[in-house]
Design a protein around this ligand. Structure first.
Ligand code: HEC
Length: 206
């Protein structure tokens, strides 16, 4: 009796192996389809499980897409108020220091989106200002002013994100990661980077 059981088990195993591995161009047989394929509601189909009868849900609040940075939680100040800008001082740059490739990219972004006003040398004299002869009517801030160097990373991020005084927001041109890269770039250029550039080996997080 025992022998028969063992033999029949072996036989079944051989048959199963033959079925599953016989032709690797074709998918094997599915023995338990309910486990292989979930019985999911179809996209956009009606769904009695939810009050609004919809299958499609928006992600729960606070959800972050894969690879995205945590949100910048400091809101914009009201007119004449600088409370939130002050708080931004304590927000650190979430990106690791720039490596050579990241630095190139950060420089490219700076020159396109900031350098036209603030200048290649960060001296506030980009082509759009050009000592007052340029097209832009307001004098861009000289970023080499120690006031800027002494600002926290989060404060620079705040300015780029919401704009400040006469400067507009660049949040629609640069995504959060790119804005933090530009912050790193400015701090490096000012010699105010927390981690010296030479030691920066790690790549910017995706
Ligand atoms: C169209 C011109 C223009 C562009 C482009 C521009 N800025 Fe400005 N920026 C200004 C002006 C003008 C001011 C001065 C605002 C004021 O004090 O009224 C300023 C101020 C600043 C300040 C000082 C804020 C403070 O605390 O006083 C920082 C930092 C700054 N800009 C960074 C940037 C960065 C980074 C970029 C690129 C993402 C950028 N700016 C792009 C015009 C520009």
């Amino acid at each position: 009796m025992k022998k028969i059981t063992v033999i029949s088990f072996l036989a079944i195993a051989v048959v199963l192996t033959a079925i599953s591995c016989g032709d690797n161009q074709k998918p094997g047989k599915t023995f338990m389809p309910d486990m292989a394929y979930s019985r999911a509601y179809e996209t956009y189909s009606e769904n009695p499980l939810f009050e609004d009868n919809q299958t499609n849900r928006t992600p729960v609040e606070g959800t972050i897409a894969q690879g995205q940075l945590l949100p910048f939680r400091i809101p914009q100040d009201g007119p004449g108020d600088t409370t939130n800008f002050g708080k931004a001082r304590f927000v650190n740059n979430p990106l690791p220091p720039l490596n050579a490739d990241d630095r190139k990219e950060a420089e490219r972004l700076y020159l396109i989106y900031c350098g036209i006003c603030h200048g290649e040398k960060l001296d506030g004299n980009g082509p759009l200002w050009n000592q007052g002869d340029g097209a832009y009517p307001a004098a861009p801030k000289d970023l080499t002013d120690p006031v800027i160097g002494n600002q926290g990373d989060g404060q620079l991020f705040y300015t780029i994100t919401y704009g400040k005084n006469k400067m507009g927001s660049y949040a629609s041109q640069l995504d959060a990661k790119q804005r933090w890269m530009v912050v790193h770039y400015i701090k490096e250029k000012l010699g105010k980077s927390k981690a010296p550039a030479a030691e920066a080996e790690s790549s910017v997080a995706q």
